[in-house]
Design a protein around this ligand. Structure first.
Ligand code: HEM
Length: 223
């Protein structure tokens, strides 16, 4: 094993990979959110944006492969770290020893992460597959109409809303945990990190959840 793989496989190395991949996913969610917000402007803008993205498909495919690798690294490392910490002692994230690390949120990261993972599988199965190969793809750029139809199903919408609340908890702890790993856990910066993390997490959760809420209760168009 080279020194590099050894370093990445150490507890601190794994936490570093978790933090780095976590920050990448935090940034991805902001881009994804901005894209999704165009849904509130109506079919014309959303369908045009997706159609334009379709025009640069090779680039999108490269980004998707990078994104998938980041997701896989994050999940794989998270599970490994959890199993190791469970074996060593009952509390996870033992690396930097702060008492704040053993809050309910930190202990339940594996479970909130698992729900987000299940959400992601269902989300990609419905939205991504359909946008790229299925119903929405073959519908003459009627992507917006496909999203509206999907969220007219109360079971699907409620599943999204619940998953977004759990995503909020995951992001709230994940954000501060990542910055803590990068050494921002001093008394000067950590309160700021906590506040920014809290606002980021709950603004994301709220805006993502607002989409199914909008289509389920306020959308007046045909589906
Ligand atoms: C109401 C909330 C959401 C809506 C309406 C939504 C919508 C979509 C749509 C329409 C696509 C297909 C885009 C395309 O291929 O052109 C997509 C892809 C994707 N979504 Fe979401 N999404 C939501 C929340 C989320 C969340 C919370 C996550 C992460 C936890 C996520 C992760 C992804 C990923 C990884 C992809 C594939 C990469 C991509 O094509 O951008 N989405 N989403």
């Amino acid at each position: 094993m080279s020194w590099f793989t050894k370093a990445l496989n150490s507890s601190i190395g794994k936490k570093f990979v978790m933090a780095l991949t976590g920050i990448c996913l935090i940034l991805f969610l902001i881009i994804h959110m901005v894209n999704n917000l165009t849904l509130f402007a109506g079919p014309e803008l959303f369908n045009t944006v997706v159609k334009n993205l379709d025009g640069i498909k090779p680039l999108i495919r490269v980004i998707e492969v990078i994104l998938a690798s980041i997701f896989i690294l994050h999940i794989f490392n998270g599970v490994k770290l959890w199993l190791e910490n469970k074996k060593a002692r009952p509390e996870p994230y033992a690396v930097n020893g702060s008492s704040k690390n053993s809050t309910l949120l930190s202990r339940t990261m594996i479970w909130s992460g698992s729900v987000v993972f299940i959400f992601l599988v269902i989300h990609l199965r419905t939205m991504w597959i359909s946008f790229n190969f299925g119903e929405a793809h073959h519908s003459d750029h009627k992507y917006y109409e496909f999203v509206a139809k999907s969220f007219s199903d109360p079971v699907y919408s409620v599943f999204y809303i619940v998953a977004m609340i759990i995503l909020g908890f995951h992001l709230n702890h994940g954000f501060q945990s990542a910055f803590q790993t990068f050494g921002w856990n001093n008394t000067k910066y950590f309160p700021i990190v906590e506040k920014v993390g809290f606002f980021y997490a709950w603004i994301m959760a709220l805006l993502f959840a607002a989409i199914p809420v909008y289509f389920l209760f306020f959308y007046g168009g045909n589906v």
